[in-house]
Design a protein around this ligand. Structure first.
Ligand code: URA
Length: 239
């Protein structure tokens, strides 16, 4: 089997400069089959899955797809201009050049944030034409007439003079501060908050739970992430 230098594999897979790879190796962050690698010229059979960087498995694929359970307080961007971003909070082993969040969640929104370096896939899941719904849980400030609200959402509200696509709404739990599930077929700025605001209500907390048919992994604590499997990736775009 063809073997390749570990520093070259890391450089390609993580999109890092040789100097950055050298630093990782020097700091003892790189292991192969559980043993720390101290020499960048060490050769490894190509495609071998047993490389870890800072305890996280190295993804040898051309593109990566990461499910992050976004905590509130970090912004959904690659460059936070001084503010902490979803890219900043990824563990070292996951970081590679060109990663960006596919779609924006507000700073205070939590839940399923998909991070990738695959621009074509990101475009596909964000374009309303691709019909990839996004599902949210919203805690509201006040009780809601769910039948009336669901009918308005299903018809499609007007927001800033623009006709929205139909959205689904259901009550998860009622009471003074109800919890609702909303399924959107597009992603306008602050859309969920503005939709409820139009009904005279306020979203106190918002969490994204699904992208397409893929549900946020509930075993991921807030701020944790993992790579998607190939099957999970397909669930995102499956109709
Ligand atoms: N709608 C919002 O209002 N905020 C989000 O973060 C996502 C959808």
């Amino acid at each position: 089997m063809k073997a390749e230098r570990i520093d070259k594999i890391l450089s390609i897979c993580m999109g890092l400069a040789r100097s950055e790879v050298k630093k990782l190796i020097r700091e003892g962050c790189v292991t192969f089959e559980g043993k720390t690698i101290s020499d960048g010229s060490f050769k490894i059979p190509y495609g071998c899955p047993d490389i870890e960087v800072s305890g996280s498995p190295l993804d040898l694929k051309e593109h990566v797809y990461i499910m992050l359970n976004k905590p509130p307080g970090v912004i959904c961007a690659s460059d936070g201009k001084g503010e902490k971003t979803v890219i900043d909070i990824l563990p070292e082993g996951y970081k590679r050049r060109s990663l960006f969040p596919a779609g924006r969640l507000d700073k205070d929104t939590e839940g399923f944030c998909l991070i990738t370096d695959d621009g074509i896939f990101a475009h596909k899941i964000l374009s309303p034409k691709s019909h990839v719904p996004k599902t949210y849980l919203a805690h509201l400030e006040k009780p809601i007439d769910i039948e009336e609200a669901a009918a308005l959402f299903a018809k499609g509200l007007y927001l800033g003079g623009e006709q929205l696509l139909p959205a689904a709404l259901r009550l998860v739990s009622g009471g003074d501060k109800p919890l609702c599930e909303i399924v959107l077929n597009e992603g306008k700025y602050h859309q969920v908050k503005l939709m409820f605001s139009q009904l005279g209500n306020t979203v106190l907390e918002l969490k994204r739970t699904h992208i397409g048919r893929l549900k946020l992994d509930e075993t991921l604590a807030s701020g944790e992430c993992r790579y998607l499997t190939d099957e999970e990736l397909l669930l995102i775009t499956k109709r």
